[in-house]
Design a binder for this molecule. Structure first.
Ligand code: 6PG
Length: 466
């Protein structure tokens, strides 16, 4: 009964988190049914680490100090339920279980209710930053019971990434809040990855710019206000060469896979009636990428000669930088707006200043811009959408002209820029005090007597249209 924390599932994430905790002087225990994984963790531990690993659930649970704090790092879905069931007979009231995987938030709600009945505190916690993050400082998004979080707080704050000394972890809200926030984090991640792929496509296939210049351009963006993890790794990816010196990227198949979090973000946004079109576009483009044989066939039949669309290379690169910047801000705006509505609908009690604060470091969507968003929420806690923040609005207004030019160029060239276009449509719709949806209301009333409201009179109206 002396270990501070236990982890179930000694895959890459689980063992790296344990080693990270041990670096910070916590005594930690690991459980895995695989003897090999358990043994190799102890072998990996340094001389100053207090780590023990076992394959036996009873020994594992008994070794942890009460109230016990145990994190599951097993694949989302059934394995989480199986792991909980294997621990339950050994747990006592007041113990804490944390699911550290990318679980679907309704599953977390179900488990939360199930375990509350047994007086076990259940947390769903998104963890971002991949293997390296887990080992040296992730961003962590816990949701559950606020009082029970105090048992976890010192450990999580010690191992998390830090920005200006502030830990990139904080209690976010009740129930499945942690998994929900991580889901939207991943939706934003999908959006920004798609935008980077689009500007790359415009440079390469659209303008035929040399590989070196593309690489240098994107890498240089990381020294500007665009500084971010995803821009940084894109610069590094484009630098990597295959054995014969060809950029490795040219040899990678364009069939994109996904594990579900991006799709869940879009699906749930539709349920909540929050538009997140850049994220939708990113999911759609991964799906279209899978229709490879059809695309090859279509490429022969459906042709467009975009050769007349030309522009100065350096001017185009400036436009693309601004276009990416603009659309990136819009992507965050959509995800954050979704969190605002979800927090009301599911009563999570999210504070978006806290969310943007813990996203500044450790996670995949960390970026200099997150500090600007944090400040926007600090200025106005009730901000419904960061586009309404004056400073962010001014930035968008400045970037707007180059952004529109980049999209015009893409249209002329026939390059599919679904993310960029959807960012523009969202912006133009959001800033339209009047939309043509009055015509839709009239059509609904015409064929279905669905009624409509008028701008000049109170009440509900129906017209005999013919
Ligand atoms: C992170 C990542 C991580 C994982 C994604 C990949 O924050 O560390 O988001 O959670 O790499 O889930 O998702 P796809 O396989 O769907 O692209």
């Amino acid at each position: 009964e002396s270990y501070d924390f236990g982890i179930v599932g000694l895959g890459v994430m689980g063992r790296n988190l344990l080693l990270n905790m041990a670096d910070h002087k916590f005594a930690v225990a690991g459980l895995d049914l695989d003897t090999e994984k358990a043994a190799s963790l102890e072998a990996e531990a340094g001389p100053k680490h207090q780590i023990k690993a076992t394959t036996d659930a009873a020994t594992f649970v008994a070794s942890i100090r009460k109230p016990r704090a145990i994190m599951l790092l097993v694949p989302a879905g059934k394995p989480v339920d199986s792991a909980i069931e294997s621990l339950l007979p050994h747990l006592e009231e007041g113990d804490i279980l944390v699911d550290g995987g990318n679980s679907y938030f309704p599953d977390t709600e179900r488990r939360y209710t199930w375990l509350s009945e047994k007086n076990i505190h259940f947390f769903g916690m998104g963890i971002s930053g991949g293997e390296k993050g887990a080992r040296f400082g992730p961003s962590m998004m816990p949701g559950g019971d606020e009082v029970a979080y105090e048992r976890l707080r010192p450990i999580f704050e010690a191992i998390s990434a830090k920005v200006n000394g502030d830990p990139c972890v904080a209690y976010l809200g009740s129930g499945s809040a942690g998994n929900y926030v991580k889901m939207v984090h991943n939706g934003i991640e999908y959006g920004i990855m798609q935008l980077l792929a689009e500007v790359y496509d415009l440079m390469k296939r659209g303008a035929g710019i040399a590989d070196d210049k593309i690489q240098q351009t994107i890498a240089s963006w990381n020294d500007t206000e665009l500084q971010s993890f995803l821009v940084e790794i894109t610069g590094e990816i484009l630098k990597k060469q295959d054995e014969d010196g060809t950029p490795l990227i040219h040899r990678i198949s364009d069939w994109a896979k996904s594990k579900g979090t991006g799709k869940w973000t879009s699906q749930n946004a539709m349920d909540l009636q929050v538009p997140v079109p850049v994220i939708d576009a990113a999911v759609n483009m991964r799906d279209i990428s899978k229709y490879k044989p059809e695309r090859i066939e279509a490429a022969k039949q459906l042709t467009w000669d975009g050769s007349s669309t030309n522009t100065d290379e350096d001017e185009l690169l400036t436009q693309l930088k601004d276009a990416f910047h603009f659309a990136m801000l819009i992507t965050y705006a959509q995800g954050l707006a979704q969190l605002t509505v979800a927090s009301q609908t599911y009563q999570y009690g999210l504070d978006l200043e806290t969310v943007t604060k813990i996203w500044r470091g450790g996670c995949i969507i960390r970026a200099a811009a997150l500090e600007d968003f944090r400040q926007a929420y600090q200025r106005n806690k009730q901000l419904p959408n960061i586009l309404l923040d004056e400073q962010i609005g001014n930035t968008l207004n400045q970037l707007q002209s180059n952004f529109r030019s980049a999209i015009t160029y893409a249209v002329g060239k026939g390059i599919p820029v679904a993310g960029l276009m959807n960012a523009l449509v969202y912006f133009d719709a959001y800033r339209s005090a009047e939309l043509p949806t009055n015509l839709i209301q009239a059509q609904r009333d015409f064929f279905g007597a669905h009624t409509y409201e008028r701008i000049d009179r109170d009440g509900v109206f129906h017209t005999q249209w013919n």
